[in-house]
Design a protein around this ligand. Structure first.
Ligand code: PBG
Length: 323
């Protein structure tokens, strides 16, 4: 049956019709807002490359979280920037570290909000790499111990979900085992399973002060050219005990999101990363793109590709647009 009987424009002719047949929905509960926590009090330091985002001290993070709770967001994900960095990332697994303090404060004052924590070392090492450096490269197996300790300290502080983003081999297994041994059998692991060595992380490195001081992350993060390998990364993380998986970045990797959705049954997240945010903001601030429409279209495309939830710096604005 074709034209002139069939006319696809019929179902596009009014907003009520379009709404009825819309295949993909956005909701605030699908959005997770990344937050950057720093030591001190009363601090709100704008991140220049990410307009509207700021490094905040714990008191201001709590206030921000109260707003997120009111908006009905899915949750927040915390990135800590410690006062001091060292070669062993000791601030990452310090029971009284900056992230652990923030978790406890949020859980005390905003108990209903879902708190995810990024488990990685790059914000905590003096050289900005994601683990112990041996012979000029990150040593996988030494780093696993740090990650496990960090995840346990986050769970102990009250984190609802731990999310390893380091891309070491075997980290999910190491974290699961450590969590279980410490009695946190019910703390889920959201694995940044397919995380690419991406240029789109540029602004984040300012936000988290985590730019590598030498080299790059290509010996542990994935080659943007590889799709099959992403499925292998995900399958291995699931075998090791990941409860949920993530693809990162999002918009340049929609094919990976789709393949993962088709192949695996677990909840799937996607991270609309700093560069995706800043790119849209910069174009909008120049008057080249309509900000609000671009936000909704970009998030819709990530959901349409198959993501259940999205880590996005637009979480609050998108929520305002949906209400
Ligand atoms: C930490 C981490 C990074 C991001 C999330 N967790 C940076 C990196 O891998 O270099 C990037 C997030 C973003 O760009 O918004 N390893």
């Amino acid at each position: 049956m074709a034209f002139p009987i069939q006319r696809l424009r019929r179902l596009r002719s009014s907003e009520p019709l379009r709404r009825l047949v819309r295949e993909t929905q956005l909701a605030p509960s699908q959005f997770i807002l990344p937050l950057f926590v720093v030591p001190g009090q009363g601090i709100r330091k704008e991140i220049l490359s990410m307009p509207g985002n700021a490094q905040m001290s714990v008191d201001n993070i709590v206030r921000e979280c109260q707003e997120c709770q009111k908006l009905g967001l899915g949750g927040v994900i915390l990135f800590g920037i410690p006062a001091q960095k060292d070669e062993t990332a000791s601030g990452a697994y310090d029971p009284d570290g900056i992230t652990q303090q923030a978790i406890r404060a949020i859980k005390r004052d905003v108990p209903g909000l879902l708190v995810v924590t990024d488990v990685c070392n790059c914000e905590y090492t003096s050289h900005g790499h994601c683990g112990w450096i041996k012979d000029g490269d990150v040593d996988n197996d030494t780093t696993l111990g740090w990650l496990a300790k960090t995840a346990v300290s986050h769970a102990k502080a009250g984190a609802d979900i731990v999310a390893p983003s380091d891309m070491m081999d075997g980290r999910v297994h190491a974290i699961r085992q450590a969590l279980d041994t410490a009695g946190h059998t019910n703390t889920p692991i959201l694995s940044y399973a397919a995380k690419y060595a991406s240029a789109f992380y540029g602004p984040f490195r300012e936000a988290a002060e985590s730019a590598p001081q030498f080299g790059d992350r290509r010996s542990y993060q994935m080659d943007p050219a590889n799709g099959r390998e992403a499925m292998l990364e995900i399958a291995l993380d699931l075998e090791e005990g990941a409860d949920m998986i993530m693809v990162k970045p999002a918009m340049a990797y929609l094919d990976i999101i789709r393949q993962a959705r088709d192949r695996f049954e677990v909840p799937l997240g996607a991270y609309q990363v700093s560069g995706e945010f800043s790119m849209i903001m910069a174009a909008a601030n120049n008057g080249w793109l309509d900000l609000d429409r671009t936000i909704l279209e970009s998030l819709t495309s990530i959901r349409r590709a198959g993501a259940d939830f999205i880590l996005t710096y637009f979480a609050k604005r998108a929520t305002a647009l949906l209400s």
